[in-house]
Design a protein around this ligand. Structure first.
Ligand code: S3P
Length: 166
């Protein structure tokens, strides 16, 4: 692979396991780990409240900044599921090794049920997840250098596969 950066960036839908897998991949590769959602929360407060009080566009601009900082610092970086919608981020990602974590809808339903994610509130959250995922899937696929399905198997096996790929 001819990408300049040593960073590995994890993209994919809500519930794909970007944070839990990213932490383990970082530990295995002895790289720092950053979760851009966690950075936004640390610096600006809970995501559900940011959406409710300031709107999604405001959250996206905070997210864009967190992503840009994280990519600049390097390591293993887990992006929020919607961070790839931003065109600057899409361009920035071309410099990095990008891993798309995908997951089957029937598996994700249990992972995200009862979550505080503002885009998945209400009774039809599973259907909403699927709609959002189908809209974004072409972007994930275009940006990805490698794709791993997290629907089955122990997390440790997926981590091992990613580390071997990296
Ligand atoms: C979002 C995904 C969330 C978080 C926010 C919006 C999205 O991150 O950034 O709730 O638009 O898909 P995770 O993918 O880590 O759940």
């Amino acid at each position: 692979m001819t990408k300049r950066s040593d960073s590995i960036v994890l993209i994919g839908p809500m519930g794909a396991g970007k944070t839990s897998i990213g932490k383990r991949v970082a530990r295995a590769l002895k790289l720092p780990f950053v979760d851009t959602d966690a950075v936004v929360v640390r610096e600006h407060g809970a995501i559900a409240e940011l959406f409710a009080e300031r709107g999604e566009a405001h959250f996206r601009s905070l997210e864009r900044q967190a992503v840009s900082d994280a990519l600049g610092n390097g390591g293993v970086v887990a992006l929020g599921g919607g961070a790839v919608l931003d065109e600057t981020t899409q361009r920035d990602l071309s410099e990095h090794r990008v891993v798309f974590l995908t997951v089957a809808p029937r598996v994700v339903a249990t992972r995200v049920s009862g979550s505080k994610r503002p885009l998945l509130q209400g009774d039809d959250s599973a259907q909403r997840w699927t709609e959002i995922f189908e809209t974004r899937r072409p972007i994930y696929e275009t940006l990805a250098d490698a794709t791993f399905d997290t629907s089955h198997g122990p997390l440790a096996d997926i981590v091992t596969e990613i580390v071997a790929w990296a």
